[in-house]
Design a protein around this ligand. Structure first.
Ligand SMILES: [Zn+2]
Length: 193
């Protein structure tokens, strides 16, 4: 499972109804709208949560998980992760094939993208219907540009992007939402006359 939402009990009853067991929770970043409810799922099911080292630390603070700033959201502090990705890239073996975890700061310091086959789970690091916000505490446009540059070396035009908000789309369709300086340069030797 990747990220969570405010109601963990719907997921828990679905797992029970379908007789499914969660292998891991992978968290794309520390913002509350992605990690809310995950401690309760961990407590009830015993599933292990993995994320970046920064995310593990920052989700434990109401200022950096942003709950301190959102009226109507009860401030909370998450427990640290059960495991963290080491370095900028980590392979997590799964029964259906490996998951590749890539460190992806910019939208927030603790960002991570996950690739499974030709499917990408990008959290808020790459959206399919708009530019990625960097104005939240810890956001950094320069780092996001570097992250987008790194992702472009891995992503193929027909890869599917599953963002943290909005609909899935092929990379070819949503590449235009990357930081402008990371877009493809015009083809050399192409003249328009
Ligand atoms: Zn976010």
């Amino acid at each position: 499972m990747i990220d969570g939402d405010a109601n963990p009990y719907g997921l828990i009853s679905m797992l029970k109804d379908k007789n499914l067991t969660l292998l891991y929770i992978l968290l794309t970043h520390e913002h509350f709208d992605h990690c809310q409810g995950l401690d309760e799922i961990r407590r009830i099911t015993g599933v292990k949560l993995g994320c970046t080292t920064s995310c593990s630390r920052l989700m434990g603070c109401s200022k950096t998980n942003l709950t301190a700033y959102y009226p109507g959201v009860e401030p909370f502090a998450m427990e640290p992760a059960d495991f963290v990705m080491e370095g900028a890239r980590m392979i997590l073996p799964l029964p259906g094939g490996d998951a590749e975890l890539l460190y992806a700061p910019g939208h927030s310091p603790g960002g991570m993208c996950i690739r499974m086959g030709r499917a990408w789970f990008t959290g808020d690091t790459l959206l399919t219907e708009g530019t990625v916000p960097c104005h939240l505490p810890g956001g950094n446009r320069t780092l996001l540009s570097q992250t987008h540059r790194m992702l472009r070396t891995h992503m193929r035009p027909d890869d599917m992007i599953y963002p943290g908000h909005g609909r899935p789309a092929m990379f070819a369709e949503c590449e235009r939402w990357m930081a402008p300086e990371e877009r493809k340069p015009p083809l050399e030797n192409t003249r328009i006359s």
